[in-house]
Design a protein around this ligand. Structure first.
Ligand code: ATP
Ligand code: MG
Length: 248
């Protein structure tokens, strides 16, 4: 789940898609690859109580199995603040962009879907996410500068395609914080569709306060308020994701 723009709904999408797919009976791992560790706490995992984080897995040779925490909403490979330093530590390593891919290799076959929540940048951590992924999900917030960032993202993806992961491609664009009452939302959505065509999910995520409240309860929205518009939207995204072949 990638977009170098901050606050567009990456973590909200990663957490709630994980929970929705888990509820549908799939085995799902959410790999939190952002030092902010919001996806970790969003699934109810207490950052202060974890033994190992994805940082230890990528840098310190702890195995993914050892670090993974099981929750009733799906498994989590938790993150921690020290992941922020990993970018610098990785610079000196030979396969610096492939560390996450290597780290996940041993658990890849245990899951139907692995979602990686990337931080808001196009630097080393995100490059690791892109090198590890089969495909990319891009949450796009319907606002004025949305498209500007997307062209930069597309060129980064092209670069990764050439250098480290030839099969990578954008699997889908999810429009987030959609407000059908505003012209700007509608205009941006049209522009995004013009550019990305059928890659844009039919389901849009409305702006819904339940989605922003749920993380403070350590729950995905389907567990916090099942009948909210946010919960229904993410269930629909999960269904569309599966129809599109998101489980590989
Ligand atoms: P970052 O770039 O910092 O990792 P992000 O892209 O992961 O951010 P989120 O953390 O998912 O974005 O969302 C940013 C904020 O907006 C959060 O407070 C979240 O609860 C809220 N939010 C996300 N989606 C919605 C929505 N559809 N309706 C209302 N609030 C939302
Ligand atoms: Mg995030």
């Amino acid at each position: 789940v990638v977009n170098q723009k901050g606050g567009v709904g990456k973590t909200t999408t990663a957490v709630n898609l994980t929970a929705a797919l888990t509820e549908m009976g799939l085995d799902v791992l959410l790999c939190d690859f952002d030092p902010q560790a919001n996806a970790t706490s969003g699934l109810g995992v207490d950052k202060r109580k974890i033994k190992h984080s994805v940082y230890d897995v990528v840098i310190n040779a702890v195995t993914a199995e050892e670090a993974i925490v099981k929750t009733k909403f799906g498994d989590v490979l938790p993150s921690s603040a020290d992941l922020a330093g990993a970018a610098v530590e990785l610079i000196s390593s030979e396969h610096r962009e492939h560390q996450l891919r290597h780290s996940l290799a041993s658990v890849k076959d245990h899951y139907d879907v692995i979602l990686i929540d990337c931080p808001p940048s196009l630097e080393m951590l995100t490059l690791n996410g892109l090198a590890a992924a089969d495909s990319i999900l891009v949450p796009v917030q319907c606002e004025y500068y949305a498209l500007e960032g997307l062209s930069q993202l597309v060129s980064s993806i092209r670069m990764v395609k050439r250098s480290s992961n030839p099969q990578i491609d954008i699997e889908g664009i999810v429009l987030t914080m959609y407000d059908s009452r505003t012209n700007l939302t509608i205009q941006v959505a049209e522009e995004v569709k013009k550019y990305f065509g059928s890659k844009v999910f039919k389901t849009v995520i409305p702006r819904n306060v339940r989605l922003s409240e749920a993380p403070s309860h350590g729950k995905p929205v389907i567990a916090y308020d099942r009948l909210s518009r946010g919960a229904m939207a993410y269930n629909a995204v999960a269904e569309e994701f599966l129809k599109r072949g998101g489980n590989g």
